[in-house]
Design a protein around this ligand. Structure first.
Ligand SMILES: Cc1cc2nc3c(=O)[nH]c(=O)nc-3n(C[C@H](O)[C@H](O)[C@H](O)COP(=O)(O)OP(=O)(O)OC[C@H]3O[C@@H](n4cnc5c(N)ncnc54)[C@H](O)[C@@H]3O)c2cc1C
Length: 437
């Protein structure tokens, strides 16, 4: 079968592309392929959905039935993962063996949770079973959130001591999951390979007070901890810690909550939050320019003119670094999807790029990160009562900011960095003052 436009994926990027296509008078057929049966889902609301902070329908920002697809004249192939995409031949194949030729294709397959190379972890994640039996999860899709919610409810209804949950990876997602579990009254053990929480986005000087705060709140922290194996059993899940070079204690115990140094721990549940991997496996090797994701220009075109990409799978421009990078955020996915839709509809389009930024509660503290705090020549720290600002500079350019408990400034900081990086303002000192004034 030949289709004029194939969209692979049904997240925020795909949905925005559909909206933009129809808004710009694209009248052709749109065939959308998804490996699930859902309406476009917002993964960043997973923890709120599980805690009950939002109702089910809020997690589906484009509507929670299939009305969205019908209203926009989309022919859906739901539950049909695209398993192979030959961009040179303009052909895709789905899991049931059906083949489709296309004129244009938008890849909006997003990303999936990374699974670190831990003995027994993949098997434990794939193990069948209901809410009582499943004890190892990742959190990305709606079905992940629904499954985790059910298992947490089972553990909460169990008599006796509160359940103990290990969160593997103190990433933004890991911190959100740890907070969810803690607020549900369970014990949390946050395990991180690096010596500090939020290793990709928090400067150690900002991470330390957050770690102290989490310990005060009763979280267990295992930092610099090398998780080597997981084993399912009647005890729940047994975690084996190996040795990291230079680590005094392989279990990474920190603080008063876990002073004994052991190399095995039993927990009731494990949630793996160790980063993401872009969903690129469908692409035939060597055809399209890729790095971590599909490299795209401002119109979301890949190196093959008939293939577009948007969202977490696409590597657009980071306006601060000037490099093509994955900016895994809901807003970025939507902007890119919109640009792809306009572009495919033949309307003027261009998404020049984005800025990495994120904000989350860490216990009761509010933490925001804008830009990159990894490579810098100089840093400044500003403390005001309980609030903290870390700013890092590359030469004269402000490259990244951490804000702790003063996050109302996050939006203005982002604008300041952007203006400085894109040359709209050359004196960063003035930018900083004017944006804070
Ligand atoms: C717990 C959590 C918290 C987050 N918090 C934040 C936050 O605070 N702020 C923020 O900005 N962002 C946050 N994010 C990230 C944000 O949700 C993503 O960046 C965004 O949703 C990416 O959208 P997307 O459309 O590119 O990809 P996705 O939402 O991943 O959608 C891709 C879709 O394609 C489907 N698919 C994949 N492969 C195939 C295939 N081969 N065939 C068919 N279908 C396929 C997938 O199942 C999925 O439904 C969070 C994410 C998570 C998981």
């Amino acid at each position: 079968m030949r289709v004029p436009l194939a969209i692979v994926g049904n997240g925020g990027a795909a949905a925005e592309a559909v909206v933009a296509l129809r808004a710009h008078a694209y009248a052709g057929d749109i065939h959308l392929f998804a490996d699930n049966q859902d309406a476009p889902y917002n993964p960043m609301l997973g923890t709120y959905l599980i805690s009950g902070a939002i109702p089910l329908e809020r997690a589906f920002p484009f509507g929670d039935g299939h009305r969205f697809y019908e209203d926009h004249g989309v022919t859906t192939h739901l539950g049909q993962a695209v398993t192979a995409l030959d961009a040179a031949e303009q052909r895709l194949t789905t899991g049931d063996g059906s083949a489709y030729s296309y004129d244009y294709c938008l890849v909006a397959t997003g990303a999936r949770p990374a699974v670190p190379p831990v003995l027994g972890l993949r098997e434990a994640l794939a193990a069948p079973g209901g809410a009582q039996e499943r004890r190892v999860f990742t959190l990305r899709s709606f079905s992940d959130a629904a499954g985790l919610k059910e298992t947490l409810a089972c553990l909460r209804s169990r008599p006796g001591e509160p359940a103990r949950v290990a969160v593997v990876g103190a990433s933004f997602v890991g911190i959100k999951v740890a907070s969810l579990v803690h607020d549900l009254g369970m014990r949390v053990c946050l395990i991180e390979r690096e010596p500090h929480i939020l290793p990709l986005s928090a400067h150690p000087d900002c991470a330390r007070p957050m770690e102290d705060h989490l310990l005060e709140q009763g979280y267990e922290l295992r930092l610099g901890a090398a998780l080597a194996g997981v084993e399912m059993g009647p005890f729940g899940v047994r975690l084996d810690f190996g040795a990291l070079p230079g680590a005094a204690d392989p279990s990474g115990a920190k603080g008063t909550a876990c002073e004994e140094s052991t190399t095995q721990e039993d927990v009731d549940l494990v949630v793996v939050c160790a980063g993401i991997r872009t969903s690129l496996d469908l692409l035939a090797a060597g055809q399209v320019d890729t790095a971590e994701g599909i490299l795209v220009d401002e119109r979301m075109r890949s190196s093959i003119p008939t293939l577009y990409a948007a969202g977490d799978v696409a590597q657009g421009k980071n306006l601060l670094s000037g490099r093509h990078e994955i900016i895994g955020s809901w807003a970025s996915a939507r902007y890119q999807g919109r640009a792809a839709g306009r572009s495919l509809a033949g309307a003027p389009a261009g998404y020049p790029g984005g800025v990495p930024h994120n904000i989350t509660h860490v216990g009761r503290l509010l933490f925001a990160s804008v830009g990159c705090i990894k490579d810098y020549d100089r840093m400044t720290i500003c403390r005001d009562g309980n609030s903290l600002q870390v700013r890092v500079w590359q030469g004269e350019r402000l490259a990244g900011v951490n804000l702790l408990d003063c996050c109302l400034n996050a939006g203005t900081m982002k604008q300041a960095l952007l203006r400085a990086a894109t040359g709209a303002v050359t004196n960063t000192g003035a930018t900083w003052i004017s944006f804070n004034g």
